[in-house]
Design a binder for this molecule. Structure first.
Ligand code: DAV
Length: 377
């Protein structure tokens, strides 16, 4: 029997995946790690709190069901998170937050690394317990196959001292001056990472330093995964002043091909590893919708356009309005499936974010044979 949990990269033929759900979703709370803002609203306009409206939830759920449908039509087994009441507050000895967020973006929380499921530490208070809607599935996989590994990364305190709250008020000039320091709203004292800052390439995990993943988080990943034969390679995108999650910036689609974001080049020198191993970096076209025209509660950038999902090394799902990107993908020999997905944007992501793949056909390959890597031990 093949492994119940088996996914080594972002592009191998997809067999089983979790598609998020907007049921019970709430507005993300304002907290030291997050300052959500209504787009184009007057400064100081408060961001809504509490549950999202039934219409908002239904519209997103309809699009998520559309994604599930396309995946099923391609022979993929689709699973969904368990219902969860995100209007519950969270109170720990270190913090209190009035409500939680949603289960639309499992990608941010859960990651499959080969035959192991890892639950990320998370970086925001409203998402502290976001693993809960996935636990039933995790138990199912874990019970079904003794080869399934299951790790929960250490929970950070998320106390005030974990955050640098001044970050949100830095003027642009200061951001620019600090852009090479990679210091954002979280400090370096505790282990912090969101799963979506990681991109899987077989033996290698490419991890972005960001507002949601710090150097201690990357160090924990190294200590945990290097003994299992993985290499953890941090990357940086200095022109992204609010980096969070790598999948709108650097998106591998098959061996040798990575979609890149023309506004967010890699730190100088970091491209060498990819070029030396025959990876082509291809800039995506300008998104069809500018930042000012994104949905009003959406906290992500226009680059959700490139948040595509691979069904296999020659099949991708792309948002229906992103015609220029669809054309590029077709030119690169992909079969492109298109679906509407814009009502999902206000829940933190697009097609890749809203999923968590647990099984793809394939094994662990070395896509970077040409590199020197110094493990910690
Ligand atoms: O570019 O706004 C959004 C990714 C959210 N999961 C961006 C990143």
């Amino acid at each position: 029997m093949s492994e119940v949990v088996n996914s080594w990269n972002e592009w191998d033929p997809l067999e089983e995946i979790i598609v998020g759900s907007a049921d019970g979703a709430n507005f993300e709370p304002t907290e030291p790690g997050n300052r959500p803002q209504i787009r184009n609203a007057a400064p100081g306009t408060p961001f809504p709190t509490g549950p999202k409206s039934a219409e908002q939830v239904d519209r997103a759920n309809e699009e998520l069901a559309g994604l599930a449908e396309v995946l099923r039509s391609q022979g993929v087994r689709v699973r969904r998170p368990a219902p969860h009441d995100f209007s519950q507050p969270v109170r720990t000895p270190d913090f209190e937050v009035a409500n939680q967020y949603c289960a639309v973006c499992p990608r941010d929380v859960m990651i499959t690394v080969g035959n192991e499921i890892i639950e990320a530490t998370m970086s925001r208070r409203g998402r502290y317990f976001e693993f809960e809607p996935y636990r039933e599935l995790v138990y199912e996989y874990w019970n079904a196959d003794p080869r399934v590994g299951w790790t929960t990364a250490p929970k950070p305190s998320m106390a005030n001292k974990m955050y640098r709250e001044g970050f949100w008020d830095w003027p642009l000039a200061e951001r620019h001056a600090r852009m090479h320091e990679f210091e954002f709203c979280i400090t370096q004292d505790e282990v912090v990472f969101d799963a979506a800052d990681i991109s899987r390439f077989g033996r290698d995990l490419i991890v972005q330093e960001s507002m949601t993943t710090n150097r201690a988080g990357i160090h924990w990943l190294r200590r945990h995964l290097e003994p299992k034969g993985f290499r953890i390679r941090p990357v940086h995108f200095p022109l992204d002043f609010f980096p969070s999650h790598i999948d709108c910036t650097f998106v591998p689609l098959r061996p040798g091909l990575i979609l890149t974001n023309p506004d967010r080049p890699l730190r100088e020198g970091e491209e060498k590893l990819f070029l030396a191993n025959d990876w082509e970096l291809v800039d995506v076209p300008e998104p069809t919708t500018g930042n000012d025209d994104m949905p009003e509660y959406c906290q992500s950038s226009k680059w959700l356009s490139m948040n595509v999902l691979s069904i296999g090394p020659n099949k991708v799902v792309c948002e229906e309005r992103e015609k220029p990107l669809q054309d590029l993908l077709a030119k690169l020999d992909f079969e492109v499936f298109t679906i509407p997905f814009r009502h999902v944007f206000e829940y933190g992501g697009s097609l890749h974010c809203a999923t968590w793949d647990v099984r793809r056909t394939g094994t662990r390959e070395d896509y970077f044979p040409n590199s020197d890597y110094q493990p910690l031990v």
